[in-house]
Design a binder for this molecule. Sequence first.
Ligand code: NDP
Ligand code: 8X3
Length: 253
Amino acid sequence: MSDLHNKIVFITGASAGIGEACARKFAEHHARLILTARRRSRLEQLAQGLDTDCHIIELDIRDRWAVDEAVNGLPKDWKAVDILVNNAGLGRGLEKLHEGNVDGWEEMIDTNIKGLLYTSRAILPGMVARGSGHVINIGSIAGHEVYPGGNVYCSTKHAVDAITKGMRIDLVDTPIRVSTVDPGLVETEFSEVRFYGDKERAKKVYEGYQPLSADDVAEAVVWIADRPPHVQIAEIIIFPTAQASAMVVDKNN
Ligand code: NDP
Ligand code: 8X3
């Protein structure tokens, strides 16, 4: 039996893409899932199809008080979160900085950095008190490189990289593990959100090569979570085979 059996996994952004795929993969191991995102109906639909216990919370991680309330208000048998998957995040636009949309910057910074911090701050004290836990952040190749128009999104993912490293240092004298999975191009709703619903433009991002699927990333997340307690995978960078760096993608071959 997998070590993940009956583990409580708290996933942010479980209503789509990588977060949803993580929920499905953890469910295959019979982990118990706390599914969070803003779109409750999607979470309900997901939970209905999973053969494991699920607890749904409609949550906007940009709202600090709502995050605290969600975590503090967990029912007794859901409180002892074993694994936190900090996945919720988004990109907005690809404009040059001097032409950028400030509202989009706010959304990215508030979600990708502050939301991840609020969630971690709310859940980590319980892990520390219990002497067990694992935080798995979803970073990005954008946390290692900067590409044209990536200015603010890349800065948020560089921040995730720094926060991951900082957390690992802060928790080194505990049994808690901290990991990050940093993908390249994954075909999800990410580009549709980045381009404010422009499906045609979003589709083009994934044309001419085989991008990663959300499942490819979720498999890495679950593998990391399933290592023995003394093994801490610090970081995994995953590319599609046709990608060599943020900007080098072999299209139409
Ligand atoms: P999707 O757009 O498919 O999914 C994003 C998820 O984040 C949704 O479930 C959405 O749920 C949730 N979310 C967004 N904002 C909030 C918020 N304020 N509060 C709570 N949940 C929120 O994109 P991906 O699955 O691709 O993205 C997941 C993570 O992976 C992100 O952190 C992204 O930066 C990262 N990533 C993606 C890559 C890609 O190429 N796709 C590559 C590298 C990293 P809802 O709208 O219901 O709230
Ligand atoms: C999202 C994918 O290519 O914009 O992190 O960095 S990319």
